[in-house]
Ligand binder design. Sequence first.
Ligand SMILES: Nc1ncnc2c1ncn2[C@@H]1O[C@H](COP(=O)(O)OP(=O)(O)O)[C@@H](O)[C@H]1O
Ligand SMILES: [Mg+2]
Length: 242
Amino acid sequence: MYILEVDKLVKRYGGLAAVNGVSFKVKRGEILALIGPNGAGKTTCFNMIAGATPPTEGAVMFNGKDVTGRKPYDLNAHGMARTFQVVKPLANLTVFDNLMVACLSKSRNITEARGKARAVMLRTRLDALEHRQAGLLSIGNLKRLEVARALATEPELLLMDEPMGGLTPPEVDQAIELIRDINAQGVSIVLIEHIMKAVTAVSSSIVVLQNGEVICTGEPAAVMNDERVIKAYLGDGYVASR
Ligand SMILES: Nc1ncnc2c1ncn2[C@@H]1O[C@H](COP(=O)(O)OP(=O)(O)O)[C@@H](O)[C@H]1O
Ligand SMILES: [Mg+2]
């Protein structure tokens, strides 16, 4: 039933607890949003879940198995992928070649990787940019390529770290559509995002972090009306604009 279970995760850097006892569960097939102010510990949670850094304490269960401390390539091979807040394309390669490289891990040969790369390119609507050098793309297209590269590894669970940061309003709408589309094809998603319109449009549950701790969990409507969440994150301006 749960694709991901995060149990009392703690990450300390020296005296600072960047994450301090965070627990939440992601149901198979759902989109869960992880929100909170800058510095709340959202990216650090992703780093521990995806194996970029081991937790100081706590456990990560993926598909019912304890995967705490496993390496990113190992988790990726078993169906977990992530996108980075600061995108990481292979800047000198074309859009197509970036996707092909990402497809190699799940392909038996180059021909198969090429076919898969083409499918991902079409699915993410990057085909018009096939021959463009990745390093020269706009931020909107870079963010889309970042998602496409993660999809190329055929994940069951996709962790997305602020995929809409820096996008124009029409690009945000396209990103919402892409996320829905990916989810509709059976991929469970954890989404870190500041754009509340997008968060409420796609997520079925929300976890709110502040100072490394969960201050609220629940369905979007309830979370958005929670006094602590309004005070810590959304602000009075948000309340006024409702
Ligand atoms: N590698 C690190 N070393 C020391 N402190 C870190 C490191 N990574 C994150 N932090 C600190 O942990 C806190 C949470 O950071 P982060 O997880 O990036 O927050 P968010 O993604 O919610 O903005 C911040 O105070 C940040 O400075
Ligand atoms: Mg972050």
